[in-house]
Design a protein around this ligand. Structure first.
Ligand code: HEC
Ligand code: HEC
Length: 453
């Protein structure tokens, strides 16, 4: 199976079809639908199967007449889609072949320490947790990330990232570990450089490191600051290092990312009221369906039907993990963010991608990279569909925090304005005030208690 290709097929299907047509085709052949659940891994069919089976199997023997009578009637097709949106329809995520350490408990403990350590920054004040705080949904509630400087995009929550084949709003990374290396050297975030981080590990984490990855390489004298991604002086210092040293530094740097990824993988979404409702719906349990109010259920109907939201927001995380232009106004109209069009080029050039020297994967395990689409005009101004789980709890919205409330998001989706660059995929929707309120009410049912770890 080629996840990348199936992904593309899915994206095209999503464009061409209305939400319900899509549902029908998903049932006819589960191939186009499977990527939503598990585009990142060959186990896609397995991950989707339990939901589909649950939806089409006869209901469990009713214990009494009330239980057997659904309060809200749904067609078999709709039930299958609702079943596929349950959190537990996701199943176990298959291992990331590019990170051989990600399932290790000692790696996760080391990774957590790194995630919370502000010494991993130029000024000693910024850690991953500064912007991704556990008590704030692993994000910061700001329109733009704020570290050493102000970034150009909104901080994304860490939950669910492990499920996405491409990371960041523009998908410029293809693994959690490789993602983690980005902010560490970003001038507006941690503002550090890899040589500094290697010295920090030498000085403070030599034992934790050795336990997971084996002993640190022996380095001669290292410069204070050096990186191929840094300032001119840092780049010159990097170029002056022997090739062997550069390789050793890169390997330790990559391993910092692999430990952080092992920790992040444990950060997941919790069950929401919607999940209770979905289960009850599959079981024809009318009483259980009371988990949602009638207004919220009307919102779900709009989400699946007239609103066509499920075209992109589907599967257990309410995202297809794909990139779409939805005409969100750019932060800087003079130089609009090109989104996926630039992200995919950066991904292919990245020395820390799945095919790179520091990946633990065999080349044939890097399906997403082999089949990634690079020259499709639809990539211009396209951003990754965000998960809608817990979204109600973490305004503002969109890739640069352009909208302050869910109401503004729905108004935008209904208006479907022209995009500043590229073409929007949205079509105008006639939604009256009641319907907008219903959609928002439904979105609020997707929230769980803040994740714990
Ligand atoms: C200054 C604030 C800031 C800091 C510090 C920071 N991040 Fe982020 N994080 C962001 C922003 C902003 C984005 C989205 C950037 C983009 O798409 O270009 C992001 C995106 C992510 C994502 C992608 C989630 C997804 O679904 O694709 C992960 C995972 C993540 N950060 C983890 C980390 C880790 C690990 C660290 C520490 C090594 C870190 N972040 C440090 C602001 C920050
Ligand atoms: C064509 C695919 C597509 C469709 C259809 C779609 N969305 Fe989205 N949605 C996206 C993308 C992509 C973004 C991020 C856009 C950006 O930041 O530029 C997004 C963002 C959002 C957000 C903000 C989440 C966040 O964390 O920033 C919400 C809420 C949302 N959509 C709800 C909906 C609802 C409700 C509908 C139906 C009325 C809908 N979407 C239809 C693709 C889609």
């Amino acid at each position: 199976m080629r996840p990348g290709l199936r992904f593309t097929t899915f994206a095209l299907a999503a464009l061409a079809a209305s939400a319900l047509a899509l549902v029908a085709s998903a049932l006819a052949a589960d191939a186009p639908f499977a990527p939503a659940a598990a585009a990142f891994a060959p186990a896609a069919d397995a991950a989707f199967a339990p939901a589909a089976v649950a939806a089409s199997a006869p209901a469990a023997a009713p214990t009494d007449a009330v239980r057997a009578t659904p309060r809200d009637a749904w067609s078999a097709d709709e039930k299958a889609v609702i079943a596929s949106m349950r959190l537990d329809a996701a199943g176990e995520r298959p291992a990331d072949p590019s990170n051989a350490y990600e399932a290790r408990v000692d790696a996760a403990a080391f990774g957590r320490a790194l995630f919370e350590d502000a010494r991993l920054s130029r000024n000693g004040q910024v850690s991953c947790a500064s912007c991704h705080a556990a008590e704030r949904q692993f994000q910061d509630g700001r329109p733009l990330g704020q570290g050493l400087g102000t970034g150009k995009r909104r901080t994304m929550p860490v939950m669910g990232a492990e499920r996405s084949p491409f990371l960041f709003w523009d998908g410029r990374k293809d693994s959690l570990w490789s993602q983690a290396l980005g902010p560490l050297e970003d001038a507006a975030e941690h503002g550090g450089n890899r040589v500094r981080f290697v010295r920090l590990v030498q000085g403070h984490y030599a034992q934790s490191y050795a336990q997971v990855f084996g002993p640190l390489p022996t380095f001669g004298a290292l410069p204070d600051d050096a990186s191929p991604a840094g300032s001119e002086a840092e780049r010159a210092a990097w170029a002056a290092l022997p090739g062997r040293t550069r390789d050793d530094v890169n390997r330790v740097f990559a391993n910092i990312g692999k430990a952080i990824a092992a920790y992040e993988r444990q950060v997941t979404y919790g069950e929401s009221r919607f999940d209770t409702y979905a289960r009850a719906t599959i079981e024809n349990d009318g009483r259980g369906q009371a988990a949602l109010s009638l207004q919220e259920v009307r919102g779900l109907r709009l989400f699946l039907g007239k609103g066509q939201c499920v075209t992109c927001h589907n599967g257990p995380l309410l995202t297809d993990h794909a990139f779409h232009n939805t005409g969100v106004p750019p932060l800087d109209p003079k130089s609009p963010d090109r989104g996926r069009a630039d992200g995919v080029q950066r991904l292919l050039r990245d020395e820390f991608n799945c095919l790179g020297r520091y990946s633990d994967a065999r080349p044939e395990q890097c399906g997403e990279l082999h089949f990634v689409s690079t020259d499709d005009p639809a990539l211009l101004g396209a951003f990754r569909t965000p998960s809608l789980r817990n979204a109600a709890e973490r305004p503002p919205y969109m890739h640069a925090g352009q909208f302050a409330t869910l109401g503004e998001v729905i108004d935008h989706d209904a208006r479907a304005p022209e995009a500043a660059s590229g073409q929007t995929e949205l079509k105008p929707l006639a939604l009256d005030e009641h319907e907008r309120g219903e959609l928002i009410a439904f979105l609020r049912t997707l929230s769980a208690l803040p994740p714990t770890n």
